[in-house]
Design a protein around this ligand. Structure first.
Ligand SMILES: NC(=O)c1ccc[n+]([C@@H]2O[C@H](COP(=O)([O-])OP(=O)(O)OC[C@H]3O[C@@H](n4cnc5c(N)ncnc54)[C@H](OP(=O)(O)O)[C@@H]3O)[C@@H](O)[C@H]2O)c1
Length: 336
């Protein structure tokens, strides 16, 4: 049977909002789609395809991948490649596709961290898996304390000069290295597009350490990952740990993290969200997007319906002082 061609929603740009990434020409959808979980080889292609279609149909054009997303490593890029080939090739110029390198990808001394050798080879592999000629942005996925920083950064600049990425970005670099990197890159005439770090109602270390402000001050966009604290800041765990949820996998979110204290905090936050006419997932995403300097929030999801719910956060991004105070208190931030 011949599959009907995917035809995206014609109104896809009507409700999403777009923000300029720092001092650049690039506008990103305020919600980005993350491929860390639920795009690996263990997830049915149909589910992943529904999620990507749902994103694009709602104006989410920023797609966040990495070489090691799966499991197994590389398989999220392969899944993306297959869906891209089936549905999205005609829309390549409407998508802003990111990938990264920085973690252990292949055995031996050249499959990890931040050497020129690793970064160049990894991007070539990513492009093959995704079936792309270039990515829109390529990240150093983490700071490498043992490789001269000039080597990592020059490799990124050269990747742009080769046309394999249009822009470059950093993720999880310590503040001092981040600041020096922006200066180095500007001197090379290759402004850093984005800084990526964790930020959510429970985890504000990116703000507290000054990493977010360092990016803003340098004219670099800031893109937040895990805005829902991997699902904690949703209604997912209000009544126990559901079958198939991330906490049952016990790898990145562990059942032990879902303590009675956390459940009580989530319940209070859920009530604050309900008073605003939002689900907790919507309020948590809106909270991140409301922080000064934040360009986009990268959300994960295991279904299109979760994504649809989260995207509706866009309808209400403003917060009163009182709401922010109540959220801080419910999150235990007043105790920090
Ligand atoms: N640079 C880095 O080092 C780094 C690190 C981490 C993440 N990231 C990026 O950030 C992306 C997002 O991270 P994340 O997956 O941790 O994000 P998240 O948005 O904080 O959590 C996503 C999880 O929350 C649950 N969820 C999502 N929407 C929901 C809804 N509306 N209602 C109820 N539950 C909902 C789902 O859990 P279930 O799966 O249990 O359904 C989903 O998998 C990643 O995919 C990746 O692209 C980057």
């Amino acid at each position: 049977m011949i599959e009907p061609l995917y035809s995206p929603d014609e109104k896809r740009y009507e409700s999403m909002q777009y923000a300029r990434s720092g001092r650049s020409g690039v506008l990103l959808s305020r919600i980005s789609l993350g491929f860390w979980h639920n795009f690996g080889a263990t997830v049915p292609l149909a589910t992943a395809r529904d999620i990507m279609r749902c994103a694009f149909d709602n104006g989410v054009v920023s797609m966040d991948l990495a070489n090691n997303y799966g499991p197994p490593y590389g398989s999220a890029e392969e899944t993306f490649g297959e869906i891209f080939r089936k549905d999205f090739r005609p829309y390549r110029d409407e998508l802003f596709i990111a990938t990264k390198a920085g973690y252990d990808m292949w055995p031996g001394p050249y499959g990890n961290w931040g050497s020129r050798k690793y970064l160049m080879a990894s991007l070539d592999q990513s492009l093959r898996r995704m079936g792309l000629d270039y990515v829109d942005v390529f990240y150093s996925h983490r700071f490498d304390p043992d490789t001269p920083v000039e080597e990592t950064l020059t490799a990124l600049v050269d990747i742009v000069r080769q046309g394999k990425a249009l822009y470059i970005a950093l993720s999880k670099w310590p503040r001092e290295a981040e600041e020096a990197a922006y200066r180095f890159l500007d001197n090379q005439g290759c402004h850093c597009l984005l800084y990526q770090d964790r930020l959510n109602i429970f985890d504000r270390s990116s703000e507290q350490s000054g990493r977010l402000k360092t990016a803003s001050d340098a004219g670099v966009g800031y893109i937040a990952f895990s805005p829902l604290a991997q699902g904690l800041l949703t209604d997912r765990y209000l009544n126990g740990i559901p079958e198939g949820s991330r906490a049952t996998q016990g790898r990145f979110l562990k059942a032990e993290q879902i303590t009675q204290e956390i459940i009580e905090r989530i319940k209070t936050l859920s009530q604050i969200a309900a008073n605003r006419g939002q689900t907790l997932a919507q309020m948590a995403t809106a909270w991140v997007l409301n922080r000064p300097g934040v360009t986009s929030a990268i959300v994960g999801c295991s279904s299109a319906s979760q994504l649809r719910d989260t995207i509706s956060s866009i309808d209400r991004l403003d917060f009163s002082e009182e709401e922010l105070r109540l959220i801080d208190a419910a999150a235990g931030i007043d105790k920090v």
